[in-house]
Design a protein around this ligand. Structure first.
Ligand code: UDX
Length: 439
């Protein structure tokens, strides 16, 4: 099938590339002409495992091409257009739908000038507020476009594993209101259905809400285990034991029970906030939904207070911060707790040195010259009077800890990702303070 993707960001580029990999002929359109030029020569604007190779292969076998205008990207027999444009959080907590609305207006103009030869489905792939797809369907019908239909098809891609998540989905969710659309969407995903991937066909609102509900529930799991980490420190337990004991219950599951400094990234904070706004729009009071972000903010504050308590203040102290990305295997620092903590340490008078294997250049755009940027972990910990682990990079698990011990002026480590074994750290002589264990 001929498919167009509007937006060449994390979601759009991964979707375009993976659909091309499955035999569709895909065009990917982005308003950023320079980004389009770079994509045409295989330059990917962000790191995602396997994406670069797949883009180059698809461009080479002409199943994927890039454009910066809608008219070039679309043709009369395009059968589906995925909207993968940004839906950032607006100041009142709602999803900002400006880019989605603009894209649909442009599509309506295009369809009116260039009538389609067959049914074409416009798919909201970006995370949109509940009710958006239905409203856009009315807008398209009011424009007299009888061959144009709407669908919602939320993505469940995690940064760092986005290609793998698209290629191996747990489920495909489709929101629609007619068999024409369901048939078209099943045709798009037929290779996945042939592999036994379940496709859930629901109404527009259910499909949009599944996305928010899924992310908010995952965020709830993270916020919950973080609260159990705080409690564990008070009652003399270890949070990893709690997570293990809980996770072996298949009704709970072990995933997303790793305690940390608080969730971040470009999705959890935005989606949890947007769901809260949707609840408010409907005049409801649903305490659990609102409590998730309150819990996460409280945890982030508790984490910084723990750091200050363990270090007995940081003014004039040399502190190493290991990890700046909001999680491992990405260079993304959006809503990263690590960045927030580094900035708070600077304000508190610490002499901060930072290291991250992927996110250093992104971090520099925020941290500027307020911190030092180490070339290696060992540079970062040299002469440090305290070391904070804030992102669970595998690289940190393979460190020569004996070397770290000898490089530090004061071998004190606060591990907010519980990467190391307590006994090992104690035997090496560290003052080791893992999250979720009373010491
Ligand atoms: C998330 C959802 O997982 C994905 O399905 C959705 O499409 C987009 O949002 P992402 O934001 O890439 O993906 O990151 P994710 O891996 O979910 O982690 C989110 C945050 O939770 C990160 O800050 C991470 O460090 C934290 N986290 C996650 C934990 O602290 N502990 C865990 O056990 C899991």
């Amino acid at each position: 099938m001929k498919i167009s993707i509007l937006g060449a960001g994390y979601v759009g580029l991964v979707t375009a590339t993976c659909l091309a990999h499955h035999g569709h002929v895909v065009t990917c359109c982005d308003v950023d002409a320079s980004k389009v030029q770079r994509l045409r020569v295989g330059q990917i604007p962000f790191y995602e495992k396997d994406l670069s190779e797949m883009v180059c292969a698809a461009v080479q076998n002409r199943t994927l091409s890039f454009f910066d205008t809608l008219d070039e990207a679309m043709c009369a027999d395009t059968e589906a257009v995925f909207l993968a444009v940004p839906t950032p959080q607006s100041s009142d907590g709602h999803a900002d739908l400006h880019f989605v609305e603009t894209a649909v207006d442009q599509l309506i103009g295009h369809f009116q000038k260039h009538p389609m030869t067959q049914a074409c489905v416009v798919v909201t792939k970006s995370t949109v507020s509940v009710g958006t797809t239905a409203r856009l369907a009315t807008k398209i019908a009011d424009a007299g476009l009888s061959r144009i239909f709407m669908a919602n098809n939320p993505e469940f891609l995690r940064e760092g594993t986005a290609v793998s998540d698209f290629m191996n989905p747990d489920r495909i969710v489709v929101g629609a209101d007619s068999d024409v659309v369901f048939t078209k969407m099943m045709a798009i995903y037929q290779p996945f259905l042939d592999r036994g991937v379940p496709l859930i066909s629901v109404g527009y609102a259910a499909s949009e809400l599944i996305k928010y509900a899924s992310n908010t529930f995952l965020a709830t799991k993270v916020a919950f285990i973080n609260e159990m980490a705080v409690l564990s420190e008070s009652v003399g337990a270890t949070v990893q034991d709690i997570a293990k004991g809980m996770g072996l219950d298949p009704r709970i599951g072990a995933a997303f029970l790793s305690a940390g400094p608080g969730y971040g990234g470009s999705c959890f904070p935005k989606d949890v906030s947007a769901l809260g706004a949707i609840v408010g729009d409907n005049g409801l009071s649903l305490p659990l939904v609102g409590a998730v972000s309150v819990s996460n903010e409280a945890h982030k504050a508790w984490v910084f207070q723990k750091i200050m308590r363990v270090l007995s203040g940081v003014s004039g102290k040399r502190i190493a911060v290991l990890g700046l990305a909001f999680k491992a295997n990405t260079d993304d620092i959006r809503d990263s707790v690590a960045i927030s903590i580094a900035l708070q340490l600077v304000v508190a008078g610490a002499d901060v040195t930072v290291f991250d294997p992927e996110a250093m250049s992104n971090a520099q755009s925020v941290l500027g010259d307020s911190v030092r940027y180490a070339a290696t972990v060992y540079d970062a910990v040299t002469e440090a009077q305290g070391c904070l682990v804030l992102t669970e990079w595998p690289l940190f698990c393979d460190l020569d800890l004996r070397r770290v011990y000898h490089l530090m002026a004061d071998p004190l480590v606060i591990d907010m990702r519980c990467l190391w074994d307590r006994q090992t750290m104690s035997d090496l002589g560290f003052s080791y303070f893992p999250l979720g264990t009373a010491v």
